[in-house]
Design a binder for this molecule. Sequence first.
Ligand code: PMV
Length: 405
Amino acid sequence: MDIIQCTAIAPSNLACIKYWGKNLKVKKELNLPINSSVSITLDYNDELKTTTTIVLSKNFKKDRLFLNGIEEDDGCYNNKRVKIVLNEMRKLCKDENLKKLNLHIISENSFPTAAGLASSAAGYACMVTALSGVYNIDFNNNIKELSMVARQGSGSATRSLLGGFVKWNKGIKDDGTDSYAIQIAKYEHWKEMEAIILVVNEHKKEISSTNGMTDSVNTSLLLNYRAENIVEKRLNEICEAYKNKDFNTFALLTMKDSNQFHATCLDTYPPIFYLNDVSKSIIQLIHKLNNKNIKYCYTFDAGPNAVIFTLKENTQNLLNELLKIYCPSLSDCRDNPKFNYVRGRTKLTRDDVRNQLNSLSTPYQGKISYIYHTGVGKGSRILSKEEEKIEGLADKNGYPKKYNN
Ligand code: PMV
């Protein structure tokens, strides 16, 4: 069968100065933010990535979307954002024959979807990158345009196309043509920057970021004050800090901005609670560990999971402290004691951890399900044909190799 295909991988990213709030005065589909934001792109080599294979064929009767081996209802037509991304990518494609073909989008996340681990960022960035491959749109020469398409899928996705430290400029035009991501520093610039992600709850979040943002924009005076008076100054300061590798300033701004974002959630009416008691205990622990000088900083997105940034020299110490308090006890998870409790750059099973620790008992034992150890990484990219043979998700007919339906 005649098929054209391309596979891409994309990283997740974590915002240090948060995007929270859509500009409700412009066309909704443009997905424009009320403030600019910056994030660190995570390393896709550490088990936190999306892989997407796009297949085009004249034999396909309609566009179809397969997420983690399951087909989405009604192909792509049900999912408004996927539809917008597809339309925009077809507009960018110069080849009339290619854009007429129906396609299959086959996508897999290596981490929990919609649990506040920025899965939509990696997902839409990956889709756009793989589509640029099948539509012959040169990725590097069109990064600005592609970043604007990704934005229409999910705001944070606009930042996952690029590696290192990335800023999404909100722009001032109502048509969104100046709202895209730019790279502030390459991933090589501060390779010592590492991230520890604490999965407190991997279930789907209760209030989606889109609904949460809309409620916040409509009801929180604090959010609107923040967007108008606080964010720009913070962005300038944190970009300087990152360029100068000034961890102290970087960390202070990251923690304060996370706290302010969650304060705007509390200021929303009715209030939104993304943090839970475990999240709060992590915040307290970090401040305790930072007693003399700042070595660690936390940030939380729209969920209870914590991300802690630190420099490589301090990671081991942090992991030790966390494991003592949060690792499940021997009697927990009896069914699967060998599962990887720490993943990514450090790999430890629950049993490895318990064997190293004395039989401690704390109120928070087992409250962190598992941990990722990762760091700053590169942006999304198209896989070579050789890599695609191993990592591609489509079989020879253009259907998912893993099909759960
Ligand atoms: O891209 P969305 O719509 O999932 O929103 C992301 C919102 C935050 O993760 C909380 C902040 C951010 O800048 O990524």
